[in-house]
Ligand binder design. Structure first.
Ligand code: RM4
Length: 262
């Protein structure tokens, strides 16, 4: 399969969690275009299954290789099943992209322990469960690997409607820093991507408000919110051999939003 990015990931197996929609969808498509065989993980549900099937079809129609797999990343048995399938069907994993995440905006006063716990389970526990299984497989195979996790600008700043979400994104970033130490001896790099405000379903409710959209766009030096494709290229780079000496790092991809405080 030819691609603009060359065949930098030819022969690699990539698992993208939450790969059926939004940023995960763009990442799955981009890694396949670079030659990887992509496992498009999605949470259970008809709509999620249909979205993932659409991504797989798009990749296959472009001459790439992809397979869907339904698993709730916060559920230990589901993650076990996902990676057992990857072991038997794809022969192992070279690249794990921990993209699955949720952020149901809620006020602090209406924040329930259940909602806080759910966001923690998907965003942080899910990253732990997938990273633990994948790194164990990578270590056993002895060929190194890549773990790339979607943290967020919210790891660096707060969010009034995201008191459940921001701690999980800071935790993801910190987990990658610690795993970089543990997994370095095995040639496995661990890095975080920190997206700013990207137009996807996760924040649709916020950006359906034209006034809020205009306000947020005006705060971005590049003048627009991000698109999923703005994230995918950086993930493909971190997954490639070109990033062999990058680990424990994080890459902020926000159009300049973070530095535009004044
Ligand atoms: C990000 C950041 C964005 C928001 C998403 C859901 O960390 O806060 O503004 O759209 O979360």
């Amino acid at each position: 399969m030819t691609s603009g990015t060359g065949s930098s990931l030819e022969g690699k197996v990539a698992v993208v969690t939450g790969g059926g929609r939004g940023i995960g969808r763009a990442i799955a498509i981009r890694l396949a275009a670079a030659g990887a065989r992509v496992v498009v993980n999605h949470p259970p549900g008809d709509a999620e299954e249909a979205s993932a099937a659409g991504v797989v079809s798009l990749i296959r129609e472009a001459g790439g290789e992809a397979d869907p797999f339904s698993a709730d990343v916060s559920d230990r048995e589901s993650v076990q099943a996902l990676f057992s399938s990857v072991e038997t069907r794809q022969g192992g994993v070279d690249i794990l992209v921990n993209n699955a995440g949720v952020c149901p905006f809620e006020t602090w006063w209406d924040m329930t322990p259940e909602l806080f716990e759910r966001v923690f389970q998907v965003n942080l526990l899910g990253t732990f469960l997938c990273s633990h299984r994948a790194s164990s497989m990578m270590r056993a195979r002895g060929r190194g690997g890549r773990i790339i996790s979607l943290s967020s600008i919210s790891a660096l700043v707060g969010g009034g409607l995201q008191t459940h979400y921001t701690p999980t994104k800071a935790g993801v970033r910190s987990l990658m820093q610690s795993l970089a130490i543990v997994l370095g001896p095995y040639g496995i790099t661990c890095n975080s991507i920190l997206p700013g405000s990207i137009r996807t379903d996760i924040n649709r409710v916020v950006y359906e408000d034209p006034e809020r959209l205009r306000h947020d766009e005006a705060r971005v030096p590049l003048g627009r919110l991000g698109r999923p494709e703005d994230i995918a290229g950086a993930v493909a780079f971190l997954a490639s051999d070109e990033a062999a000496y990058i680990t424990g790092a994080d890459l902020l991809i926000d159009g300049g939003l973070f530095v535009n405080l004044q």
